[in-house]
Design a protein around this ligand. Structure first.
Ligand code: AP5
Length: 224
């Protein structure tokens, strides 16, 4: 099964994506995580990406598009993939659609998580990352997933903050890009929604992202 995940930054794409990955054994490809691994490793790609990520801007398409399209050709994607964080603008959506057609690859499901901008912002600012698994849910502002002191509530691992999660101006910029339905991320989502409406094989589903994690997962699984 090949799946695209859309949702405002902080809506739970990573959280739900990790659950779907485990359930369907799909390769979970997170563009943001690929950039962060490269920043951590001090690679040339990481140095270039950091400049944009710190400001809340998109990494340029010339860097991001080939990176993701190459990743989709790797062996682990043959059993299915889940793209989280790509495409993020209309141009990326068009290039992805063209590449899938050229490679004879199907797109089965498109998921759009719906969430109010202020709730998404609060979730980003309270997010804490576990050293053992970034997708272990830990958030200092949400009682149900509050960390155990400064340790991960799932495994006791050390917690850290993402640098781009604490700058309100950069978060507003990221959300401005997401909610832009003309050329931004919602435009990318609606590009596939239109294809689904035209009667293709794509199934387009929406989820109520304001519910708790288990309820969002239950809605997702029931609609897949
Ligand atoms: P990226 O890594 O995608 O970061 P992001 O924009 O912050 O979005 P996330 O995907 O991290 O948030 P999420 O929706 O996964 O939320 P999460 O599950 O953690 O991108 C980083 C940067 O890389 C971008 O700004 C850009 O510069 C660059 N980039 C990436 N892709 C690019 C592309 N295609 N083109 C160009 N540049 C690109 O959840 C958030 C918090 O809420 C967590 O604490 C979680 O535990 C909690 N939570 C989740 N669900 C719930 C729930 N239902 N109830 C309560 N709490 C919840």
């Amino acid at each position: 099964m090949n799946i695209l995940f859309f949702g405002p930054n902080g809506s739970g794409k990573g959280t739900q994506g990790a659950i779907v990955k485990d359930k369907y054994n799909a390769a979970h490809i997170e563009s943001g995580a690929i950039f962060r691994d490269n920043i951590k490793g001090g690679t040339e790609l990481g140095k270039q990406a950091k400049e944009y990520i710190d400001k809340g801007e998109l990494v340029p398409d010339e860097i991001t598009i080939p990176m993701i399209l190459d990743r989709l050709k790797q062996d682990d994607c043959k059993v299915g993939w889940l793209l989280d964080g790509f495409p993020r603008n209309k141009n990326q959506a068009i290039k992805l659609d063209e590449a899938l057609k050229a490679e004879n690859m199907s797109l089965d499901i498109v998921v759009e998580i719906l969430l109010d901008r202020q709730i998404a912002k609060d979730r980003i600012m309270g997010r804490r990352l576990c050293a053992n698994d970034n997708n272990h849910p830990n958030n200092i502002f949400i009682d149900a997933i509050k960390p155990d002191g400064d340790k991960c509530r799932v495994c006791g691992g050390d917690l850290s903050k993402r640098a781009d999660d604490q700058d309100e101006g950069a978060i507003d910029k990221r959300h401005g890009i997401y909610y832009d339905a003309d050329t931004g991320t919602l435009a990318a989502a609606y590009y596939f929604k239109d294809l689904a409406a035209q009667g293709g094989s794509i199934k387009y589903i929406t989820l109520d992202g304001a519910a708790d994690i288990k309820s969002v997962t239950a809605e997702l699984i029931s609609k897949l």
